[in-house]
Design a protein around this ligand. Structure first.
Ligand SMILES: C[S@@+](CC[C@H](N)C(=O)[O-])C[C@H]1O[C@@H](n2cnc3c(N)ncnc32)[C@H](O)[C@@H]1O
Length: 346
């Protein structure tokens, strides 16, 4: 573990890539101070420090929006970091767990050598740490929640995962230049913000032309079973928890179950979205549809050897109806979550 003195130093991987950073307040260029303890803006002279090896580049929203849930959501995740590391204690167990989920395995297999990756809303950073275990890529893992980032950083340091930098950042006030990343991943995050489409526009600017974006959202129809369970839990004083497949799973520890319960049923803010809506976000942001989980064309299974970055038909409205009906009828597995993959037009 690093000493307190060392951990206030700007991570060397960030210093190496300082050219892609900007001040989250004014957009000016950032540089690292000569003692390597501060990140400074050349334009507005703001200065940012690091804590436990995590650069603190969070900047609040300054919009006129009546409702801004950023602080409420931040406080919730500071108390309930998600998803945590209770069930992984080594690089191998993290790899093992990640590869059980087909998406993470395919992603890791198919990311080309040399890609610069940004994860927005990484939580405790399991995916970023997993992707960062492969040599030849650079991963920036960002979130507003410092307690989550600290868990990711601790795992990274303990297991010497050198290709990842954890940093605190608000996706509405990014600390990166436009066109900086080959891949931006934002899984399960935008639906916890006040303005998901604005959030999508903010992060899609960070992708290089020809680069990819992966966005995971709650589905309007797939989420109905979760909504019903939430209602029952509320009425019954949190009884009948076994209605949720994860909460009755025998192989999940009590702490994992608690984290899942809080994230799914006690979250202070969530919105739901359709495949069609996500496609319209893509269209309005210069992003072309590439692939999705589940597939956006009806009755076409997502195969275990799927090429994530190869273009597929986007499907018709009728396709989307059947796909989303399927999510509902399957009981809203994974909390009715769907993933859309797009490529920024050149
Ligand atoms: C459900 S967790 C998802 C974590 C991780 N992506 C995963 O799939 O396990 C949602 C995360 O979004 C983060 N988040 C919410 N609003 C954010 C914002 N404005 N900027 C950055 N992160 C945000 C929260 O702090 C939280 O860690």
């Amino acid at each position: 573990m690093e000493s307190d003195v060392t951990s206030s130093v700007v991570p060397s991987l960030m210093a190496q890539h300082i050219d892609i950073f900007v001040c989250p307040s004014c957009g000016g260029a950032l540089h690292v101070s000569s003692d390597r303890r501060r990140i400074e803006c050349s334009k507005c002279n703001l200065s940012f420090r690091s804590e436990k090896g995590i650069p603190l580049l969070f900047w609040p929203n300054e919009s006129d929006s009546k409702v801004d849930v950023t602080e409420i959501v931040k406080s919730f995740y500071e108390e309930n970091p998600f998803p945590g590391y209770e069930d992984v204690d080594s690089k191998w167990s993290l790899r093992d767990k990640a590869e059980k989920g087909i998406f993470a395995r395919l992603l890791d297999d198919q990311i080309p050598y040399g890609w610069k990756i940004l994860e927005v809303g990484c939580g405790t950073g399991q995916l970023s740490n997993f992707l960062g275990m492969t040599w030849g890529r650079t991963v920036f893992a960002t979130d507003i929640c410092l307690n989550s980032l600290k868990l990711g950083q601790e795992f990274k340091e303990t297991h010497q995962i050198d290709n990842v930098v954890f940093l605190q950042m608000n996706l509405f006030r990014p600390a990166f230049k436009t066109d900086s990343f080959d891949l931006v991943i934002c899984n399960g995050v935008l639906h916890h913000t006040s303005a998901p489409f604005l959030g999508f526009q903010s992060i899609s600017k960070l992708i290089k032309k020809g680069g990819f974006v992966i966005v995971g959202l709650y589905n309007t129809y797939g989420r109905i079973p979760t909504d019903i369970r939430r209602f029952i839990f509320k009425l019954s004083g949190n009884r009948f928890k076994s209605l949720d497949p994860r909460l009755r799973a025998k192989n999940l520890s009590d702490i994992r179950k608690h984290i899942w319960f809080m994230d799914q049923y006690k979250n202070p803010h969530e919105s739901k979205h359709t495949i069609g809506e996500a496609l319209s976000w893509f269209d309005q942001s210069g992003v072309e549809f590439i692939n999705s989980i589940p597939k956006s064309t009806a009755f076409e299974p997502f195969c275990p050897e799927e090429k994530l970055f190869k273009a597929n038909p986007r499907g018709t409205r009728l396709d989307h109806f059947f796909v989303q009906l399927g999510m509902l009828l399957s009981g809203g597995r994974e909390g009715g979550f769907f993933i859309m993959i797009g490529r920024k037009k050149t």
